[in-house]
Write a protein that binds this ligand. Structure first.
Ligand SMILES: Cc1cc2nc3c(=O)[nH]c(=O)nc-3n(C[C@H](O)[C@H](O)[C@H](O)COP(=O)(O)OP(=O)(O)OC[C@H]3O[C@@H](n4cnc5c(N)ncnc54)[C@H](O)[C@@H]3O)c2cc1C
Length: 510
């Protein structure tokens, strides 16, 4: 790339949101778009193999970000894997496709995210997908992203689905991405192609437009700062092959570096809590106290049962699901319960020898009340940020997981599940709260660190423009006011798509 070149739009980060943005913004050949990605191209064959992703964790395609020691997790520090490659985390994730609960988006709107209610976002969910079960009022078939019911036959579990129905839930073909998410048991939907390959942000949204002359993609290029002059973003600084450089923009910089890296980049650029920045000798460009705050993540808790039925390993991590509100208060879904009827093949190399067949329930805390933060240790962009999710700090979060253990135990005693169950192995006799604190781990869904809103702790406005700065938006999982009740990639794709529409609309008459 010619370092003198100037772009209309610079997108930082080619993950779920950034891939869609690059696709949509470059659709008009008149727009000159630069997509900058710190990681490499997505050439590793394990990316495309739906069972291959676990082998990519801790590789050069993974930022593998460590949290601080978490008092709520028995003082453990854990690693939050995050994709560092074209497609971002959508290239190394478990491919489960969950839009979230309609109530999540209504809650966003109620918190000041005008235009982000369920009815506003549904058309985006529909437009993005190519749903194998056909088009309807709630599903689309014309989109770039292949969505399929769990394509792994071993994984589909009648014992789980019928067990859930015996407890009074709907099923067994519950479409949780349909009219109602909660209280139904069904197969998990996946972003996997009809040829059984991973459909990632890169394969769905970048590959088809790779040859556009107005789209430049730089890989191995880490953005270190947004250049801001007189309150306007005019370009970025970056490092490529160890060399520092700058590139300039005529319209907008869009940060899509993910919920752990986007706030870091804002902080490095002088946008954040003034006192924190001054303490690190970073010049304050905009005093935005909410940058890096409001960090939310989903936690998973494995519960292992002996199985009476010998089955081959599964090719995916999981495949059956039930969404419920454990508080039974009519509020949002707070628990996602996944189920795997035999040893999950991708994880097998990492798991102990269970001495016989097993099956795994995976309760997931999906509406955590605990809030964490991302802060800087220094103004050196290559130093990792401090990630403190404050996991399970709020007792209400532990309570949801205790409720989940009870629900699993009830489900395990249903006649349908008894045909499979050889008894509970973990937590077994262990104290449930101790087990929760010592065994819970991330489901890799950080969100909320640059949240949308109009209050003093909001970072971006409903059009995703960074408060107080011209020509700078954030568009990725970090803008979610609250994390969705389910896996976060679907909503991240939609954030990218809606961001693109809003940007194009704003520049219609330029
Ligand atoms: C192991 C794992 C399993 C998961 N499983 C699922 C699942 O099954 N279903 C689901 O819905 N979600 C899952 N997720 C979460 C989901 O993938 C993310 O929520 C989603 O990808 C977030 O999109 P994003 O655009 O915010 O960020 P990302 O997709 O993470 O993209 C951010 C991009 O920015 C790049 N970047 C960061 N900093 C810089 C910089 N300074 N300069 C340039 N580029 C930079 C990164 O390298 C990355 O490519 C999983 C995630 C992981 C890591």
């Amino acid at each position: 790339m010619d370092s003198d070149s100037k772009y209309d739009y610079i997108i930082v980060g080619a993950g779920a949101a950034g891939s869609v943005l690059a696709n949509r913004l470059s659709a008009n050949p008149a727009n000159k778009v630069l997509l900058v990605e710190a990681g490499s191209a997505d050439q590793n064959p394990a990316i495309k193999d739906p069972g291959g992703f676990v082998s990519l964790w801790f590789s050069e395609l993974d930022w593998a970000l460590k949290t601080t020691n978490q008092p709520g997790l028995a003082d453990r520090s854990i690693v939050i894997n995050q994709g560092k490659v074209l497609g971002g985390s959508s290239s190394i994730n478990a491919m489960m496709y969950v839009r979230g609960n309609p109530g999540n988006f209504e809650a966003w709107k109620a918190q000041g995210a005008d235009g982000w209610g369920y009815d506003d976002l549904l058309p985006y969910f529909i437009k993005l997908e190519n749903f194998e079960n056909g088009a309807s009022e709630l599903h689309g078939t014309g989109g770039e992203l292949s969505i399929r019911d769990c394509p792994d036959d071993v994984m589909r579990s009648e014992h789980f689905l019928k067990g859930a129905m015996e407890l009074g839930y709907d099923g067994p073909n519950w479409d949780y991405n349909g009219a109602r998410q909660e209280n139904g048991a069904g197969l998990i939907q996946f972003h996997i192609t009809e040829n059984d390959k991973r459909a990632s942000g890169a394969s769905a949204f970048i590959d088809p437009v790779f040859d556009r002359e107005n789209l430049t993609i730089l890989t191995g290029c880490q953005t270190t700062k947004i250049i801001i002059e007189n309150g306007t973003a005019i370009g970025i600084e970056y490092i490529i092959s160890g060399i520092k450089n700058q590139v300039f923009v005529s319209r907008e910089v869009i940060i899509s570096a993910g919920a752990l890296a986007s706030p870091k980049l804002l902080l490095l650029s002088g946008i954040g809590p003034a006192a924190e920045l001054e303490a690190l000798d970073i010049e304050v460009v905009a005093d935005l106290p909410g940058v890096g705050k409001n960090l939310q993540d989903h936690l998973q808790l494995p519960m292992v049962f002996r199985s009476k039925i010998e089955m081959p390993q599964t090719t995916l991590l999981t495949g059956n699901v039930l969404f419920v509100n454990t508080k039974k208060d009519g509020g949002l879904v707070d628990l996602q319960l996944n189920f795997t009827p035999s040893l999950p093949g991708p994880l097998a190399p990492l798991l102990p020898d269970f001495g016989g067949p097993i099956c795994i329930f995976l309760p997931i805390l999906v509406q955590p009340e605990s809030r964490g933060e991302v802060t800087l240790t220094s103004k050196d962009p290559l130093e990792p940020a401090i990630i403190n999710p404050h996991y399970l700090e709020k007792e209400a979060d532990v309570e949801v997981l205790r409720n989940a253990v009870e629900l699993v135990r009830n489900l395990a005693t249903t006649p349908a599940f008894q045909e499979l169950s050889g008894g509970e192995m973990a937590p077994g006799e262990a104290d449930v709260t101790d087990y929760i604190r010592s065994q819970s781990s991330t489901l890799w869904h950080p969100a909320g660190t640059c949240r949308i809103g109009k209050d003093s702790l909001a970072v971006v406005d409903p059009k995703l423009k960074v408060h107080g700065i011209i020509g700078l938006r954030v568009a990725d999982a970090s803008v979610m006011p609250t994390v969705t009740s389910g896996n976060t990639v679907a909503s991240s794709f939609v954030i990218g798509a809606k961001a693109a529409d809003m940007i194009l609309e704003d520049h219609l008459n330029d």
